[in-house]
Design a protein around this ligand. Structure first.
Ligand code: SAH
Length: 257
């Protein structure tokens, strides 16, 4: 079943090129991801088609008006119903949201989809959020000028999980976070690299051994080492979920981590 995203945005043109490139293109071509754009300006009224206004109480910047957003959402609801689809939850991108994680991406990837609201200016009038928004998602502790890149980020992360998008179905199972740990390092040809400065860099010998068991163990250990060094919080979380074996724990304690 397709994952449907209805995107409310002031800049629909940002989404077009993205659907024609890279591996994720397959998800759109095959309709595994059904992306529908709802230009907010189309739902604005008056000569100036206003979608924003000054904030009550004063202060800098503009606020996205409730009424065009309500009309856009009504049009989306009508279209979802006409297609016989479900009433999809409304996601707002906001620095105040819950940080997006791979597990949330995975749950969205196997869901019917969502309405994605891309904020602009200082953000959205709180009354729209209170009445219609089901979930707020953040891309991290920094501020962007709009919710379009967050929406594209989420759509990309969901698209690459659709069956048939990555050549090797096992590929995303090895990615960072899918087992709660960061990814291991990767190497390809040449086996011994000579850098322009003259130094040589060889591939870790275990990867050339042809011994699948030892290679798998080495990769697991690299994941544990990198995650423990860079993101000890992820090690704690994996431990709390009971996902670290005794062998993993021995390796970590030998490292002194
Ligand atoms: N005044 C807001 C920032 C508004 S930025 C504040 O201080 O929190 C304009 C829009 O960009 C937001 O409405 C949101 O949709 C989007 N945006 C900016 N940073 C984001 C982030 N880290 N995560 C998700 N969306 C973000």
């Amino acid at each position: 079943m397709a994952v449907r995203f209805d995107v409310i945005t002031l800049f629909p043109e940002l989404f077009a090129p993205f659907q024609t490139i890279g591996v994720t293109r397959r998800a759109f071509d095959s309709k595994a991801v059904d992306l529908r754009l709802w230009p907010l300006r189309d739902f604005a009224e008056g000569v100036y088609r206003r979608v924003d206004d000054r904030p009550f109480g004063g202060g800098p910047g503009m606020v996205m008006l409730v009424e065009p957003l309500v009309r856009a959402l009504q049009a989306i609801r009508a279209d979802q119903q006409a297609q016989g689809g479900e009433r999809l939850p409304v996601v707002l991108f906001s620095p105040a949201g819950r940080p997006l994680t791979q597990s949330r991406v995975e749950s969205l990837a196997s869901s019917p989809g969502a309405v994605l609201l891309c904020g602009r200016y200082e953000g959205v009038d709180q009354r729209f959020i209170d009445a219609y928004v089901d979930e707020e998602l953040s891309m991290g502790d920094y501020v962007l000028s709009g919710g379009e890149l967050p929406a594209l980020t989420l759509i990309d992360a969901v698209a690459r999980l659709q069956p048939g998008v990555l050549h090797d179905a096992a590929s995303h199972e090895q990615d960072s976070f899918s087992d709660g740990l960061l990814d291991c390092p990767h190497f390809s040809r040449p086996e011994v690299l000579t850098l322009p400065e003259g130094s040589e860099a060889a591939v870790p010998p275990v990867l050339m051994s042809g011994h699948h068991g030892r290679i798998a163990q080495w990769r697991r250990e690299q994941q544990l080492r990198i995650t423990a060094q860079r993101r000890p919080d992820l090690i704690e979380a994996a431990r709390a979920r009971g996902e670290l074996s005794q062998q993993d724990e021995h390796f970590l304690s030998d490292l002194g981590l």
